[in-house]
Each structure stands twice: as C-alpha cells, then as structure tokens.
Design a protein around this ligand. Structure first.
Ligand code: NAP
Length: 276
C-alpha cells in the first residue's frame, strides 16, 4: 500500500494522558489505510489548554482529541460544533477548519457501536443507570436518549452538574439522584455505566448490589487499572456481564479518524491487538 509522505499531525490533550492508548490506535489505523500519522499525547489542564492548542495549530496540527478534564472547555473553544456535540455540550474531537476549530463528539457513537457489535447489547427500551455527569457522561447520556432507552437515572456527586445535564437533555425519561443518596434507589437497571473518573484515585465503589437486574451489563468507560474498582464491584455484586471501555475507545477513535481523513478504518484488528 502507498503511504502518504507528510504525516498527518494529530494530538490528544488532557490530564493525565501519558497512559493513553490513542497514539497506538491512530498509528495502527494509519498503517491500515496508508496514511502516515504523527499523533502525540500532550499534557494540559484547564489553564494551559487554549495556549497549547493554539501552539499545536501553529506547528501544523490538523486535528485533536480531548480527554478529561477538557471536554467542556473544548466545546466552549470551538467556532462551530456538530449537532451531537451541541446535544452533549461536550467535544472530544477537534477538526481544523481554516484557522478555527470545529468540534464533534464521537464518544456516544463509540459506546453504542461497542455495546451492539461487541457485547450484543441493544440499549433501546432498557433501564440505564449512569454514574457521572462530566464530559463523557454528557455524550453518552445524549446518545442513549436518542436510542430511546426506557429510562436513564443519572447519579453524580455534584448536584449542580446533574441539574445542568438534565436541563440540556430535556427528556422526560431522565431522572437524577445525588451519589450520596444512591442507597435510596430501589429500582433495578439492565445497564450500569461508570462515566466517573473515580478509578483514577484510590476510592472504592460501594453501590447497592440490588441496583442490578438479573441480566445486567456493567460497563466502565475507562480501561485497564482505572476500570478495576468498578469491575470488582460489578462482579462482587453479581453482574451478568462486566467490561471496560477499550472497545468504545477504539470505536470513538475510528469515528474521529474518519472525520480527519475521510476514510473509516476497520476496528476489529486494532481491538484484537490491544486486547492481546
Ligand atoms: P470529567 O469531565 O472530568 O468528569 C468526571 C466525572 O467523574 C464527574 O462526574 C465527577 O463528578 C466524577 N468524579 C470524579 N471523581 C469522583 C469521586 N472521587 N467520586 C465521585 N465522582 C467523582 O471526565 P470525563 O471526560 O467525563 O471522563 C470520565 C471517565 O471516562 C475517565 O476515566 C475517562 O478516561 C473515561 N472515558 C473513556 C472513553 C473511552 O473511549 N473508553 C471516552 C471518554 C471518557 P463531579 O461532577 O462531582 O465532579
């Protein structure tokens, strides 16, 4: 296969990013379709991000991904955004358009594709519990409502963020609960998603096991060591199925790759590479 000469300059911004698999995923996609990819992980917090992104564009950057804690910052920084990014109020993919950034959100589509294609789970008509109300949770919540879940219970530590998310979703199938009051919930859920960054610290998950329906799938958006506390809780609580977000990571990356290069790479070989 012919390989392009000048590399496509891409980056991931966030904090922390040193553990990220995204550089490997995009290098593998590029090799698959004959595009040379220079994809770097750039450490940046809220204060550094605008300057770091501007410097990256001056150095020839044409696209970027954004991870925690910058997805809402990235949304505010874009000159234009896709419909799904506006629904989520969050951006994980930036595309250089002239000298401004266009924003999109590929997280929701990535999760849906992984749920359906790898885990055989159709969210339509299901009862869903979502932990978290940050950038990733926003994208996931909007995508699940668009797929017509039966109801969506959003549980978050900070009430104000839950209120803002619920307002922007404007759906009568959305319910909320403070994390501190999760003990009071007495419904059962078929899909429980962890979209918090709790696993980055030392904290343990301690949710009531009765929240899980008999056929429940527990899904952590994180992967590796960071997903472990939630997966340990899920297995201990008797979940029928528990998995991390490695499949979603590959699927959301494929969507972003297509936005930058106009070609969709195959995800199965890259997922198999990472799983191995
Ligand atoms: P974010 O915007 O910073 O949101 C973090 C969320 O975690 C907030 O809801 C926050 O609650 C909650 N949280 C943090 N520490 C907590 C604690 N000690 N106890 C309870 N809640 C806590 O982050 P994000 O961008 O949404 O990312 C969330 C996670 O998803 C990250 O681990 C990220 O790596 C993962 N992710 C994976 C993929 C994938 O493709 N697999 C895609 C996107 C994200 P408050 O509102 O109370 O602060």
């Amino acid at each position: 296969m012919a390989i392009t000469h000048s590399p496509s300059r891409l980056a991931l911004f966030g904090q922390p990013v040193s553990h990220s698999l995204s550089p490997r995923i995009h290098a593998a996609f590029g090799a698959q379709v004959g595009i040379r990819v220079d994809y770097r992980a750039i450490e940046a917090g809220h204060d550094e991000f605008p300057q770091a992104l501007a410097a990256f564009a001056r150095e020839g950057g044409i696209g970027a991904n954004v991870t925690l804690p910058l997805k809402i910052d990235a949304f505010a920084l874009c000159s234009s955004t896709s419909e799904r990014a506006r629904r989520a109020g969050s951006v994980n993919t930036l595309i250089l358009d002239g000298d401004t950034w266009r924003g999109d959100s590929t997280d929701g589509a990535g999760l849906l594709r992984d749920l359906r294609q790898r885990h055989g789970f159709d969210p339509t008509g299901r009862r869903v519990l979502l932990l978290g109300a940050g950038g990733a949770a926003r994208a996931v919540a909007a995508a699940l409502i668009d797929e017509r879940v039966h109801d969506l219970m959003i549980v978050n530590r900070t009430r104000q963020r839950t209120i803002e998310l619920t307002r922007s979703l404007a759906s009568d199938c959305v319910f909320t609960c403070d994390l501190a009051k999760v003990e009071l919930l007495d419904d059962q859920y078929e899909l429980v998603i962890n979209a918090t960054s709790l696993g980055h610290g030392d904290a343990r998950f301690d949710l009531p096991a009765r929240l899980l329906a008999a056929n429940a799938l527990c899904y952590d958006l994180s992967y590796g060591r960071i997903a472990q506390p939630f997966l340990d809780w899920a297995r201990h609580a008797g979940a029928a199925n528990a998995c991390d977000g490695i499949g979603m990571l590959v699927e959301q990356a494929a969507e972003a790759f297509e936005l930058w290069h106009g070609v969709r790479p195959a995800t199965a070989p890259v997922h198999a590479l990472l799983a191995a």
